[in-house]
Design a protein around this ligand. Structure first.
Ligand code: HEM
Length: 201
């Protein structure tokens, strides 16, 4: 942030305040919310699966694969947006210049043409990293390695410090009728709250 605020254009001119504050705001949203959503979703999935917890406690080297499958299964960013700069066509649908498109990343991540048994959570699946949770192309997420690393470290520490992790059923209901509250937004998959119970290791 410091470097960003002090930066100048190549010709030595100052960057307008509005541009800087927009970039700073974007970085906070893009860099923090997303990763915290990923961590909460990972904890939610783990809290439902004690075998997986045990497996990852014994084999922490597989936590990276676990995070990858969380990114595919329930990604923090549900949609990315694009503007057609010229008349074009996608999957037989004409898109005149100026059209705004929404790419549903979470839907693509469950595409049965791409992933076998897409609704199953499976850290051993083939093509674990073929998901598009970080989007693709020119605007693909530059923070992907950082987000992956932060979430991996958080889960590694959490598993190392706990013996048992489970959902608080008084808040989320019994297994057959779980309920979770999500912030109603088109873009992010953000839990309003997640209540867990744990036993320290
Ligand atoms: C798990 C964590 C994260 C997820 C799931 C995520 C996901 C995404 C997605 C889907 C996009 C949109 C790309 C597009 O429009 O094609 C994006 C863009 C972006 N992300 Fe992330 N992100 C994460 C973490 C981060 C972090 C840690 C940073 C920086 C510290 C970051 C910075 C950015 C920036 C600057 C862009 C805009 C890139 C551009 O428009 O060229 N992200 N991210």
């Amino acid at each position: 942030m410091t470097e960003l605020v002090q930066s100048k254009f190549r010709n030595g001119e100052d960057v307008p305040f509005e541009t800087l504050s927009n970039l700073a705001r974007f970085l906070f949203g893009a860099g923090q919310d997303t990763t915290s959503h990923l961590i909460s979703m990972a904890v939610r999935i783990l809290a439902e699966d004690s075998d997986l917890q045990e497996r990852l406690r014994v084999e922490p080297a597989r936590i990276g694969d676990f995070i990858e499958e969380v990114l595919r299964f329930d990604p923090p960013v549900k949609a990315a947006y694009r503007l057609a700069v010229r008349d074009t066509e996608l999957a037989g649908i004409p898109l005149p210049a100026g059209s705004v498109m929404t790419a549903c990343l979470s839907a693509a991540n469950r595409d049965p043409r791409r992933f076998e048994n897409p609704d199953a959570f499976d850290i051993d699946r083939a093509g674990l990293r073929d998901h598009i949770a970080f989007s693709r192309g020119l605007h693909a997420c530059p923070g992907a390695p950082l987000g992956r690393m932060e979430a991996g470290i958080a889960i590694e520490r959490l598993l190392a410090r706990t013996k048992r992790l489970e959902l608080d059923e008084t808040r989320h209901g019994p297994p057959e009728s779980r309920h979770f509250r999500f912030v109603p937004t088109y873009t992010f998959r953000s839990l309003v709250d997640l209540h867990i119970k744990f036993e320290m290791a």
